[in-house]
Design a protein around this ligand. Structure first.
Ligand code: NAP
Length: 483
């Protein structure tokens, strides 16, 4: 039975408010295709209101000690951890991600906030021996108001986790929720309201080209943190550059290689390849290792193992704890995923699992795709080159190391990569040669807090999930005391 989540306002200056225009946007349950709630269709004026509220709150927030800010961020983490039931149903229903997998989003968001809360004391400057007689040092200060724009795949986790770095550094935040899955951000607003002074975090909803763009262009927003697609990342850089010199972090898309060497255990490769595709989120993860490059000596065995595992995935209601995969996030995204599946078939890839839309009894209006595996994929195929951001694994065969490294590096994205080999030299040579910001050796998917996550090439700019992220929300100043 689908839940009706009602009208869920924005959060500006500590108040829950509609848009100044009075307009609302429907949000659709991807499992049913039916509207299950509404959020305000924000406007440029709403963004201006939110930025002014954030700017008004910043001086007091920035004047708190790092210990005081850290304590409030830890409290935010605690409330997120306790929010389980409040958020899991709404997030699963609004994104299509399986409820069984969503506990991890809460753990990640709260864990990262705890981690960042302890880094306040690391926002340090340096003393510099420039002259013998004077004192020279650097200090770090907050930017002021930070704009954060998040995508549809893990909206609660991204909204929560990435408040930490700007806040501990003394900034206030205007956050924009994604229009396909905006509901869980309204729960985040309730949690922020319980913990933080008014205006420290403001959450607006509305179309990216209106609300997102207005945040980017606002003269009082010098610092933007964006997670989303490559085309939007480029648009944000263009918009920002048209109005001012702004500091922009971009966490963008990937088409990530997974290279399995001949000495790798076929069973371990197959298990990791399926898990690295994040089918429980319908493959909708930037880090999914969606191009599996198998050495010819293990190719057939691994393909058979993967085929069996993927065919066994139970596609069904994301709110059912027994479902292994839900729908894709929206009708628009369904059309994108199906276009790429059709292109794979038309261009000669061999379907070994899925390859079509799925039917789920009782959910006929939803956006269902079968978990799909293509074998015999080559790098000239569209499905090997474009980010599907869906439940589609492409398998490529190789015989020569230089050939596979060329295949791995020939796209203009470079987010993650996985290397499977039991020989440390082989694995490390490949890890060095692969053009990606995050490389797993004999693993996939996991993020290790503190080590940083970032894309190379068109997959991004700036590092998150580490001290560097916190420091990136500060401006450095050199001070010279002339004695
Ligand atoms: P998207 O279309 O780029 O949208 C992301 C956010 O940007 C949404 O809130 C969107 O608003 C907003 N937006 C759209 N146009 C804008 C503009 N001109 N100016 C400012 N904001 C704008 O991405 P998505 O489809 O939601 O998410 C999927 C993509 O995100 C994939 O490419 C995936 O790989 C990437 N991703 C990357 C990471 C990472 O850490 N590297 C993590 C997760 C996802 P609307 O929703 O209202 O359009």
């Amino acid at each position: 039975m689908a839940t009706w989540f009602g009208d869920r306002p924005m959060y500006i200056g500590g108040e829950f408010v509609p848009s100044e225009s009075g307009a609302w946007m429907d949000t659709v349950n991807p499992a049913t295709g039916k509207v299950h709630g509404r959020v305000p269709a924000g406007t440029v004026a709403d963004v201006d209101r939110a930025v002014k509220a954030a700017a008004a709150a910043q001086e007091e927030w920035g004047a708190k000690s790092v210990w005081e800010r850290g304590a409030l961020i830890r409290e935010l983490a605690e409330r997120i951890r306790a929010s389980g039931d409040r958020v899991l149903e709404i997030e699963s229903a609004d994104t299509g991600n399986t409820i069984a997998s969503l506990g991890n989003d809460i753990t990640l968001a709260s864990g990262y906030l705890d981690f960042v809360a302890g880094l306040g004391i690391e926002i340090k400057g340096e003393s510099v021996p420039a002259t013998a007689e004077n004192i020279h040092f650097t200090m770090r200060q907050p930017y002021g108001v930070v704009g954060r724009i998040v995508p549809f795949n893990h909206p609660f986790c991204f909204a929560g986790a990435h408040l930490g770095a700007p806040l501990i550094a003394g900034n206030t935040v205007v956050l924009k929720s994604p229009d396909q899955s905006p509901l869980s951000a309204t729960v985040m607003a309730e949690i922020c309201d319980e913990v933080l002074p008014p205006g420290v975090v403001n959450i607006v909803s509305g179309e990216g080209v209106v609300v997102g763009d207005a945040i980017v262009r606002h003269p009082q927003v010098p610092r933007i943190g964006f997670t989303g697609s490559v085309p939007t990342g480029l648009a944000i850089q263009r918009s920002a550059a048209e109005v001012a010199v702004k500091n922009v972090t971009l966490e963008l898309g990937g088409k990530n290689p997974f290279i399995a060497f001949p000495d790798a255990d076929p069973q371990a490769v197959a298990r990791a390849a399926v898990s690295g595709m994040n089918f429980s989120w319908s493959g909708q993860s930037c880090g999914s290792t969606s191009r599996l490059m198998l050495h010819e000596s293990i190719h057939d065995e691994v393909v058979d193992l993967i085929t069996a595992d993927v065919r066994a995935i139970k596609v069904g209601d994301p709110l059912d704890v027994n479902s292994g995969m839900g729908p894709v996030n929206s009708q628009k995204h369904y059309q994108h995923v199906m276009r790429l599946i059709d292109s794979g078939i038309a261009e000669g890839a061999r379907v070994v699992a899925g390859g079509a839309a799925a039917t789920v009894p009782g959910f006929e209006g939803g956006f269902w795709v079968q978990p799909t595996v293509f074998a015999d994929v080559t790098m000239d195929m569209t499905v090997a080159r474009e980010e599907v951001f869906g439940p589609v694994l492409c398998i490529l065969k190789w015989s020569d190391v230089d050939e596979v490294m060329t295949m791995a590096n020939q796209l203009d994205m470079g987010l993650t990569a996985a290397i499977f080999s039991n020989d440390i030299r082989t694995a490390m040579n490949a890890a060095r040669r692969v053009e990606s910001g995050c490389v797993w050796i004999n693993g996939t998917g996991r993020h290790y807090m503190g080590t940083g996550f970032a894309g190379w090439k068109n997959s991004g700019l700036g590092r998150e999930e580490c001290l560097e992220e916190v420091l990136s929300y500060t401006l450095s100043k050199s001070v010279h005391i002339i004695l």
